[in-house]
Design a protein around this ligand. Structure first.
Ligand SMILES: [Zn+2]
Length: 133
């Protein structure tokens, strides 16, 4: 006896075009903000580098040199964060296109919309994110 073919393969989440458009708009707004922050940080960076090259600084003995070194280190961290945030947002935008946006990378469940509203580039649902810690 022939059994009707069963579609046992997990049905991928069908992206809702309206949802996709909303996600894209949100991601674009976030990305604009992140790009602006990055540009501002890069301006600060240039300013610091220029001011530190115009004055001969001795990081260890000149208090101003130490301050500049500290500022540079802080800015480097912030620049790094802004860049990785931009990267995350770009990846999230690609996931919208691929139709996998809003799906937890870890368990395959949908990520709560409140979480996506707060963190549009989130890759995992709240329970997987908290389980990892
Ligand atoms: Zn999950």
């Amino acid at each position: 006896m022939l059994l009707a073919p069963r579609m046992s393969a997990p049905t991928p989440h069908r992206p809702d075009p309206r949802e996709g458009a909303a996600a894209r708009a949100l991601l674009r707004a976030e990305r604009d903000g992140a790009a602006e922050r990055l540009a501002a940080l890069q301006r600060d960076w240039t300013r610091i580098v220029e001011s530190s090259t115009s004055v001969a600084t001795d990081d260890e003995h000149d208090p101003e040199g130490a301050t500049i070194a500290f500022e540079r280190a802080q800015l480097e961290t912030l620049l790094e964060q802004a860049r990785s945030q931009l990267g995350d947002l770009d990846e999230a935008t690609q996931r919208v296109q691929a139709g996998t946006y809003g799906i937890c990378e870890s368990c395959g469940e949908r990520i709560a919309s409140e979480r996506l509203a707060a963190r549009p580039a989130a890759r995992t649902c709240i329970s997987c994110a908290s389980a990892r810690r």
